[in-house]
Design a protein around this ligand. Structure first.
Ligand SMILES: *[C@@H]1O[C@H](CO)[C@@H](O)[C@H](O)[C@H]1NC(C)=O
Ligand SMILES: *[C@@H]1O[C@H](CO)[C@@H](O)[C@H](O)[C@H]1NC(C)=O
Ligand SMILES: *[C@@H]1O[C@H](CO)[C@@H](O)[C@H](O)[C@H]1NC(C)=O
Ligand SMILES: *[C@@H]1O[C@H](CO)[C@@H](O)[C@H](O)[C@H]1NC(C)=O
Ligand SMILES: *[C@@H]1O[C@H](CO)[C@@H](O)[C@H](O)[C@H]1NC(C)=O
Length: 499
């Protein structure tokens, strides 16, 4: 895992696990070739005590990708297509109901792919699809095919999770890219692509970044919609659907360098930024060569809920409200329900701040008022409104119909903000905190699971080495559960600002 210091007890424990595993017979070591195709009737059961984080069941012919059971976070199970050299999951099934790693789960193929957990039932399936075989292509596309080249009724490329790879078409009718923490999405409209925050289970999704294809003509009704595709030459190309007519491209930093042979991905990260990364042979880590949003304060939740981001050489987080949290950020737990439920009685306190603005105000609807008081009043009167930001210069009043996230400091007297803060009883009723005993137990359990994960990583890697020449199934690098990205990490060289 990422921790620099290792606990000697854990090290000893790991060594013991490793030795124990090394003495077990390894499947595939008897000269069996890796599985390249699944046929009807296939089943594989994940073993609940498997130490690795990834159990492959199907390999791409180039040996770079595999499909199998993936352990997510400390205890969840998912199906994933993994880029083996980096251990990065390029695609995940992401069932609505999360499966538990500690229970046996079965993956079967019987005209459709199904993930089943005994006594729980089907957790995930390729609905309404009938096919004959399953294969993983050299591109990392997981496909269900019909015999005799009669078609491909299902492919993972048409059902993305948080990542796009080379050659994968992303269109208006594709399901959106959703970040791992499920708080952000990327969607295409007819002539533009946009990033959205997801609130209330997707009922409200304010846009915070938009990119319109330069040569698309929004007023031309007969022009087909735009779609996007990552190109190995180092750009994200925008084309008109039904052909390859280019209408724009987002060039990455490596575009001018003529970098050939790199594997590329574009991922909607948990901080809400859309980044492109590449991996070359012998790489130790993914290198980012593009990000949609360059300034840390322009990310919609850079300082968490009720945070105030102060831009500058080293951007800083403050709180809009008096924070009870000992660490800052976040200033306050995220709110997940609106303020319309309460019936009688005011459910919120009010905070007013001047010198504040919103990084994405251009994407928000606004009303025009002569005074800040009128703007405030418009928000106060509506229970779906969480706050309003007023620009005394233009008279624009931006209304937030979603829980308050990070606002940005702007040294301008005329920019004022009005924010509702759910009253404390309401907040604690939402039940975010855990009693200290539970917290300690969780910490201990996480440590044990984390050490198992590292052990599994070594084991999986050794296993893969034995089966193939290259690659590893070491899961430590990219599979750490989503953590809060503070401003320091946004500042790190891996995410360095474009100049
Ligand atoms: C996939 O990659 C392997 C190894 O690089 C190669 O032999 C095979 O021809 C490729 N398959 C396709 C369909 O390109
Ligand atoms: C509208 O788009 C279609 C298809 O791209 C094109 O053939 C046509 O010339 C366009 N019309 C105008 C007025 O630009
Ligand atoms: C993506 O779209 C292009 C152009 O329409 C097409 O040639 C290509 O086969 C598509 N790729 C995939 C993986 O579907
Ligand atoms: C880029 O690579 C191509 C093919 O490998 C080569 O023909 C071209 O000259 C290269 N361009 C530059 C600027 O290096
Ligand atoms: C924040 O704290 C200050 C001083 O401790 C107090 O005057 C103010 O009313 C507090 N504001 C809120 C919203 O609780």
């Amino acid at each position: 895992m990422r921790e620099g210091k290792r606990d000697p007890a854990i090290a000893v424990f790991l060594a013991a696990v490793f030795v124990a595993w090394a003495m077990l017979p390894i499947d595939g070591a008897d000269g069996q070739e890796p599985v390249m195709q699944l046929s009807n009737g296939f089943t594989a059961t994940h073993s609940a005590d498997a130490p690795g984080r990834f159990e492959p069941v199907l390999f791409a012919p180039n040996g770079v990708f595999a499909f199998g059971f993936l352990r997510v976070g400390s205890a969840s199970l998912d199906l994933a297509v993994v880029h083996l050299p980096s251990s990065f999951p390029l695609w995940r099934a992401t069932p609505d109901r999360v499966a538990d790693w500690s229970r046996p789960a079965t993956l079967s193929f019987d005209r459709r792919l199904v993930l089943t957990v005994p006594e729980v039932g089907e957790l995930w399936t390729t609905l309404n699809v009938v096919g004959d075989t399953v294969a993983l292509l050299n591109s990392s596309d997981l496909v269900i095919r019909l015999f005799n080249g009669r078609g491909t009724p299902w492919r993972s490329f048409e059902n993305p999770s948080d990542t796009l790879v080379l050659g994968q078409n992303f269109t208006m009718s594709s399901p959106p890219l959703i970040s791992k923490n499920r708080r952000f999405s990327l969607r295409f409209a007819k002539t533009y692509m946009a990033l959205h925050m997801e609130f209330y289970g997707g009922r409200t999704r304010p846009m915070y970044w938009q990119y319109t294809a330069r040569e698309a003509q929004p007023e031309n009704a007969t022009q087909p919609p735009v779609y996007g595709r990552l190109d190995s030459r180092g750009f994200f190309g925008l084309y008109l659907l039904g052909g390859d007519q280019s209408v724009d491209m987002l060039a990455f930093d490596t575009f001018v360098r003529n970098l050939t042979g790199a594997f590329r991905r574009m991922t909607l990260d948990d901080d809400g930024n859309l980044r492109a990364y590449y991996w070359t042979e012998g790489s130790k880590a993914w290198t980012s060569d593009y990000k949609a949003i360059t300034g840390p304060c322009e990310l919609p939740t850079s300082c968490g809920a009720y945070g105030l981001c102060v831009p500058g050489g080293a951007p800083k987080c403050q709180c809009l409200i008096n924070s009870t949290a000992s660490i800052s950020p976040p200033c306050r737990a995220e709110d997940s329900t609106d303020l319309c439920a309460g019936g009688g009685g005011q459910l919120f306190d009010v905070v007013r701040r001047n010198w504040v603005s919103l990084a994405y105000k251009e994407q928000l609807p606004f009303e025009t008022y002569k005074t800040a008081a009128e703007c405030e009043q418009s928000c106060a009167a509506s229970c779906s409104c969480w706050g309003a930001v007023y620009n005394g210069g233009s008279g624009y009043c931006y209304l937030l119909d979603f829980p308050v996230e990070t606002v940005v400091y702007e040294a301008d007297d005329r920019k004022v903000g009005y924010f509702k803060v759910r009253k404390a009883q309401q907040q604690s009723a939402a039940g975010r905190g855990m009693p200290p005993g539970v917290t300690a137990a969780v910490v201990v359990a996480s440590l044990v699971l984390a050490s198992l994960a590292v052990a599994g990583a070594f084991i999986g890697w050794g296993r893969w080495q034995r089966q193939r020449r290259a690659g590893g199934v070491g899961m430590e690098q990219e599979l750490t559960p989503g953590h809060y990205r503070d401003l320091k990490s946004m500042d790190s060289p891996n995410n360095s600002f474009k100049t």
